[in-house]
Design a protein around this ligand. Structure first.
Ligand code: UDP
Length: 470
């Protein structure tokens, strides 16, 4: 096939590696399995070195181009990230249209795919006459909420956290109001309005692509996947996860340490790419892990509540996460534990035979990576949609245990030790471990040649291919 006539898809991921990674995996599948080529469009104001290095290393059929920076200086200093991103997207419509027109001229452009908060960019797709799709890097649960949101917003007279009854989304266990998506918890905040606006745009897309697989959300899959009158067709194409982690300097040390541990004996503790805990919570977690008596590998971060003045006056830099651990902790636990500062090669850690559990913030990439390796979880959600995920993973999917929090939101050391022991040695631990193993097999099957996710991807690719003659 002539290179120029390959069908071409343009993606506009929401800034952040957690969004770029699954989109790049989807791009690789389109290139390898369906002979497409791809352009990934990025935002200049959210560029960073990790992202640039990552994009530069992608295969040659996946190129990237950056939108020019747009002014955001009129936003208040405390504007939330969702507001910044949505506004950047909305103000980039003209530039995006130009990029799409250029791609139409130079390639066989068959689709433009926005994601979570860039849905407003569909105006650009319309202006350029390109079919517009949405990519959801999370799950059916998030999609179900977004599809219901315009109606919920119109009907509600209070905040989500004030709702007397849990939110019932078809196909899911009920979600208590305070566990609903974090940016929706304050209706007066601009970011609430942006999320609702983005949700409205989802319904105008020609299709919605979701990074999930049927077996992890089976009821919702029956209701959402495929075509239905009144909403765009939905394609579940996951789990889109990498086979190799982005490794920091400490990566080799982690793996060497794991090599020396017995099979399925280690709890991996990691709160995603950016999650941090308070100083008190860091302390409690350390002492809880210690008294659990279990082996652990912990990606430590500096606490979220260290002031600039304090870090200036402390002897060691506040950038050193080990500085904030309880006195003597590292020494007392050196036979059974390792704390790695800031980053570990998570995929490789989860795939290592010594890893037997994952204490996770329930980010969706982490969740998929865990179940794809058959590793059961302890759910410890922090922000974004993580609390909704935690409810489903514990009560719906039953692949995770959740520690109870005190009234002030802190998990104390006793409860942490209890839940860690339960996961690794208890009866409940056995149940979630069995479930994780079932999901591991189902995840592999989903992406096998005849698996449901591969078939959904093939249907979508065929639809794109046939929309524009070669
Ligand atoms: N990750 C990693 N090492 C770390 C922390 C995170 O490799 O120390 C990777 C992890 O494997 C996952 C991503 O970063 O692919 C985190 O994505 P997720 O959606 O779970 O959470 P987010 O970072 O978006 O909160």
């Amino acid at each position: 096939m002539n290179e120029e006539r390959r069908p071409h898809v343009a993606f506009l991921p929401t800034p952040g590696m957690g969004h770029l990674l699954p989109i790049s995996e989807l791009a690789k599948l389109l290139v390898d399995r369906h002979r497409f080529s791809v352009t990934i469009i990025t935002f200049a104001e959210f560029a960073n070195k990790t992202q640039d290095t990552f994009l530069a290393a992608l295969p040659s059929s996946i190129s990237s181009v950056s939108l020019p920076a747009v002014p955001l200086s009129d936003l208040p200093a405390n504007a939330r990230i969702e507001t910044r991103i949505s506004l950047a997207a909305a103000r980039s419509v003209h530039a995006l249209r130009s990029i799409l027109l250029d791609l139409q001229y130079s390639t066989r452009l068959v689709a433009f795919v926005g994601d979570l908060f860039s849905a407003v960019a569909d105006d650009a797709a319309k202006a350029a006459g390109v079919p517009y799709y949405v990519f959801i890097p999370t799950n059916f649960l998030f999609l179900a909420l977004m599809l219901e949101l315009p109606a919920l917003d119109a009907a509600m007279t209070c905040e989500f956290w004030q709702l007397p009854e849990p939110v019932r989304l078809p196909g899911f266990v009920p979600i208590p109001g305070p566990e609903i998506l974090h940016p929706l918890q304050d209706r007066k905040n601009d970011c609430y309005k942006w999320v609702v606006e983005n949700a409205r745009r989802y319904r105008q897309a020609e299709g919605i692509i979701v990074n999930t697989f049927d077996a992890i959300e089976p009821e919702a899959a029956k209701l959402l996947a495929g075509e239905e009158h009144g909403r765009p067709p939905v394609y579940a194409v996951g789990p889109l996860i990498r086979s190799k982690a982005i490794s920091g300097e400490e990566g080799a040390l982690c793996m060497k340490w794991l090599d020396a541990q017995p099979p399925a004996s280690v709890v991996f503790v990691c709160f995603g790419s950016a999650g941090t805990l308070s100083r008190e919570q860091t302390h409690e977690l350390a002492l809880g892990l210690e008294s659990s008596g279990q082996r652990f590998l912990w990606v430590g971060r500096s606490p979220s509540d260290v002031s600039a003045a304090e870090s200036y006056f402390t002897a060691r830099s506040s950038a050193d996460p080990l500085f904030f651990l309880p006195d003597g902790f590292l020494d007392r636990t050196k036979e059974v534990g390792m704390v790695v500062p800031s980053w570990a090669p998570q995929i490789e850690v989860l795939g290592h035979a010594a890893t037997g559990g994952f204490l996770s913030h329930c980010g969706w990439n982490s969740t998929l990576e865990s179940v794809a390796h058959g590793v059961p979880m302890i759910s410890w959600p922090l922000f974004a949609e993580q609390k909704m995920n935690a409810v489903q993973l514990v009560e719906g999917v039953r692949v995770a245990l959740r520690p109870a929090a005190r009234e002030d939101g802190v998990h104390d050391r006793k409860e942490i030790a209890r839940v860690v022991r339960e996961l690794m040695e208890g009866e409940e631990g056995k149940v979630v471990r069995r479930r994780a193993k079932e999901l591991e097999a189902a995840a592999a099957a989903a992406l096998g040649e005849e698996g449901p996710s591969s078939r959904a991807l093939a249907t979508m690719a065929e639809r794109w291919r046939s929309s524009s003659p070669a």
